[in-house]
Design a protein around this ligand. Sequence first.
Ligand code: GAR
Length: 292
Amino acid sequence: MSGGHREKQGMQPQMNEEVPLKPGPMPGLPDEPQPVTPGGEPVPSGEPLTLPGLPAVADPDQAVELDEDPAAQLMELEETLPRPDGPAADRPYRIAVFASGSGSNFQALLDASRAGHLGAQIALLVCDKPQAKAVERARAAGVPVFVFTPKEYESREAYEQVILAELEQAGIDLIVLAGYMRLITSVLVEPYAGRMINIHPSLLPSFPGKDAAGQAVEHGVRVSGATVHFVDGGMDTGPIIAQRAVEVFPEDTAVELQARIQETERLLYPEVVSWFAAGRVKLEGRRVSLFE
Ligand code: GAR
């Protein structure tokens, strides 16, 4: 009943060590959660979107220009300092990434951390497949890994209890699901309520569950995208934190669409994690907003 093990990293270099403060927006990404129109209205790719009561999607070029203005940069930094009720400023904000497969989102988080854009330390990879590429990526980056084989446990709850102990031991502030293809029970959802997020390759609530890109192609939608949301007890049902639209072309296959959505995911996810690390995310009911 104890199929999981924590790999010791020994003398491997820790390439994801970071200071806890967020340096500012990532080039090419807006600094606010991006709503989709209610009822799944198409969102034109690359064009600003406005909705009543919601900010316009920022022009990606503007974000880059901001970085070139030192005064604006300073103001931005001041605005993103962790709040008193936010993450502790005296130690790095620590995240655990859960992955089951390739781990390209995990890699994007590693790269952002290394570049100083994440404001968080990737303290643990949790993986249910010992042969997954995500495990290789973690080893290469010197990130501690907890790998387990689900069928060696009596139940989902049983292995989640072991994972929970690993998370507590590692002092994890935020669980970041990145292609973790297993249902999660209250064993993890309850202690990490409001501190567990997932990325999904569609504009939720459309196309939850498996093969979201295939579902979108099959349905004939013209716009799909990526959603980052809080994890609750349901399947891809938690409050939405951020979304980005991706155009669907008539000739798209599910594989082609999934690949383009993943390009977007790799930009969006590190940005969202940086908001959490800076204590900027506020959840009220189902509504998520950002402290300025
Ligand atoms: C990502 O596209 C992620 O959105 C999806 O799995 C892929 C993992 O890719 N997750 C889901 O479908 C969850 N319902 P990666 O291993 O290369 O990051």
